[in-house]
Design a protein. Structure first.
Lengths: 257, 230
């Protein structure tokens, strides 16, 4: 049984909201490109899961978890953040993923497919999205102070490295959830673009968080509606919707100056 | 019993020895000024004391200490979506404590500054907000790295007055890095001259001999010393 439109919208809203909220910190950490390309890592994980006849989302989650632990490790043990290295590794993952993913599944893995989402999958995605939002909220203040100044955070008794690891694991999880909707190529955009749009309009952290959640949610809902009615892959539509939000906020920002 | 004991502190960064077997101790309520030329490792010393960087040797703090730290360089993106009030919400301080600490650093109406975005503050305002922020947690030890960098004269006055009040009213133990020898003579019980190893340690009047000053700063030392005598 596949999920009805209402279920799809609910799931899209939850995943979009979680992605937007988590992405808001990715932007402040100046890791937009990493966040964007991170989803590419999901593909080889999904391919291996398909070959082993398990759920692709488990494979995506496993691959993403390994990738974010890798990023975290590099950040802890290198004085210069090796941006290029991360970029190369992500693209290599994507290439390998494309080669080893069985041909019939490739299009779905790359761009997402709403038709194959079942009701239990849908409910699980909503549940996990809400958990991700809650955990992010709980660590949000400590995470932001860590982002502004690691020295101030450490002297305030915040376990900087642990908070960062928790955050990266949350990002990995939200990307894994988004893959079914938007596909491995574009899920990262769902993390970054709504938050970038929110930053254009926000003066306070509260406004920034709420707007990031809203733009993520709205992009997913509008994207799913258009994809459903036109029959095209949801990924590009969701991303283009969020890009539209970004452009509108950019104009509003320049007008307010 | 000392509130801080430093034994054989050595810091090596990028295969270069920055601090070499440093020893000193500090009693509760005392103020230590750390002076030395650029690159002498003053900030590195602070970071080691705070446990922010790896070191060898021992740094022992007294029991139940709560440290406030004002770093030398602190900047935020101008479009960071964070208000001053939200910045203070990272601290577990009551609204009264926050207002009080903002008053302390010379903000007459704290409500106005709390509404502003952190990224829009001027350098001097940001520095004072940061000092207020570190005071809001009611620390008993304060580490100031160049407390008056980028602060204009009147604010500088209020920060020096603040240092004085913190000493007399709150009996705070303070460690400050300063380029200003006047500050050292006026506020410090002890001075630590730093040039890789500790060149001098003791009360400013006895520790800062013309010989140590010229060893520390080279030719320009005479100017520093001259300023003090004026």
């Amino acid at each position: 049984m596949t999920a009805s439109l209402l279920f799809l919208l609910l799931t899209g809203a939850a995943v979009g909201a979680a992605a937007g909220y988590l992405g808001s910190f990715m932007i402040l950490k100046r890791m937009s490109l990493v966040g964007d390309a991170l989803s590419h890592v999901a593909l080889p994980g999904m391919a291996i899961a398909i070959m082993w006849h398990t759920s692709p989302i488990i494979g995506a989650l496993a691959a993403l978890t390994l990738a974010v632990i890798g990023i975290w490790h590099l950040q802890n043990h290198s004085s210069v953040y090796p941006d290029a290295l991360v970029g190369i590794f992500f693209t290599a993952s994507l290439s390998i993923g494309i080669l080893i993913t069985p041909q019939p599944d490739l299009l779905e893995a790359l761009f997402g497919d709403l038709a194959t989402i079942s009701v239990p999958e849908s409910l699980l995605a909503v549940f996990f999205s809400l958990v991700l939002i809650a955990v992010t909220y709980i660590i949000s203040r400590r995470l932001l102070l860590t982002t502004i100044s690691e020295d101030l955070a450490t002297t305030s008794g915040i376990p900087v490295s642990k908070i960062n690891l928790i955050y990266y694991l949350l990002v990995g999880a939200v990307v894994a959830l988004g893959v079914k909707f938007v596909g491995t190529l574009l899920t990262g955009a769902l993390v970054i673009i709504p938050a970038a749009a929110a930053k254009n309009l926000s003066r306070s952290l509260t406004a920034y968080s709420l707007l990031s959640i809203f733009f993520g949610l709205a992009s997913a809902v509008i994207g799913v509606l258009i994809a459903r009615s036109t029959g095209v892959a949801p990924g590009p539509i969701v991303v283009l919707t969020s890009v539209t939000f970004f452009l509108v906020t950019l104009v509003l920002k320049s007008l307010s100056r | 019993m000392p509130i801080l004991t430093v034994t054989d502190l050595t810091v090596e960064l990028n295969h270069q020895i920055i601090l070499d077997h440093l020893n000193f101790s500090l009693e509760p309520g005392q103020t230590l000024a750390v002076i030395g030329p650029n690159g002498a490792g003053k900030t590195v010393l602070f970071k080691a004391l705070l446990g922010l960087i790896p070191y060898s040797g021992q740094v022992t703090w007294g029991q139940d200490i709560k440290i406030g730290y004002v770093p030398q360089r602190f900047s935020v993106e101008t479009d960071l979506p964070l208000t001053v009030a939200e910045f203070f919400s990272f601290k577990s301080a009551t609204p009264d404590q926050i207002t009080h600490s903002l008053n302390h650093v010379g903000f007459a109406s704290p409500a106005d500054i709390l509404r502003l975005r952190l990224g829009t503050l001027s350098g001097g305002q940001l520095q004072r907000v940061l000092i207020a922020w570190s005071l809001a947690g009611i620390p008993n030890v304060l580490l100031f790295d160049e407390p008056t960098t980028g602060v204009d004269i009147s604010a500088e006055e209020s920060i020096y007055n603040l240092l004085h009040r913190l000493q007399t009213d709150h009996h705070l133990t303070m460690l400050l890095i300063s380029h200003d020898l006047q500050v050292v003579y006026r506020y410090a019980d002890h001075v630590l001259c730093l040039n890789k190893e500790g060149l001098c340690f003791g009360p400013p009047k006895t520790a800062l001999t013309p010989k140590t000053l010229s060893e520390l700063f080279g030719e320009s030392a005479s100017i520093y010393h001259h300023q003090h005598q004026v």
